[in-house]
Design a protein around this ligand. Sequence first.
Ligand code: C5P
Length: 218
Amino acid sequence: FQPKLLAGKRVLLTAGPTFEAIDPVRGITNLSSGKMGYAISRAAYEAGAQVTLVSGPVSLPCPVGVRRIAVTSALQMHATVHQQVAAHDVFIAVAAVADYRPAQVVEQKIKKRLQASPPSIELVANPDILGEVAALPSPPLCVGFAAESENLSEYAESKRRSKKIPLIVGNLIQDGFSGDCNTLILFDDDGAHPLPPAPKIDLARQLVARVALLLEKV
Ligand code: C5P
């Protein structure tokens, strides 16, 4: 029997990649299966929460009981999160948001011109969705993710400090990408809490338990 750790709580999540269009058939994206964010959505629902999942393009079914809002670009994800956030107690940002998008979306397919020099794409920065939510006057409890290829503890802790969030989840890219298992380390004010290799749904349940604990403290 799983105690309903998040009964009566409303949890907003982002998951998956974003896709930043260059023209009607091309774009810039990040590699992200969405599996970790979807597993956390499921675990939060199982724990009794009302769950809203803002999802970039992935090929996963919506977890039972979860309200999913599908988006494509970082700007759409940003707008949707801002529309939704006031009604939520917790915000868990799992999405691999593209840091940059093309400054202009070209309306017609860009044609290949072999004689000319290759085209260049001007990029502009996307908003930091999690950073902005954490800076709201009365933010929900904010949880971030740090996917790193090295120096996990150092990078995750510095991200937690710079975004001013109580909890960040670190994982090494080589451990979890696109698979069903992962290895996580949770970093909060009490220090580092390693979660040994396990299926993503088990890790998601452990993360939900830590979120419930932090909610008790606020
Ligand atoms: O270092 P970075 O800003 O990419 O931090 C990763 C964390 O911030 C993740 O939780 C990710 O979902 C979130 N993020 C975001 N908006 C961005 C970039 C990252 O919400 N534009």
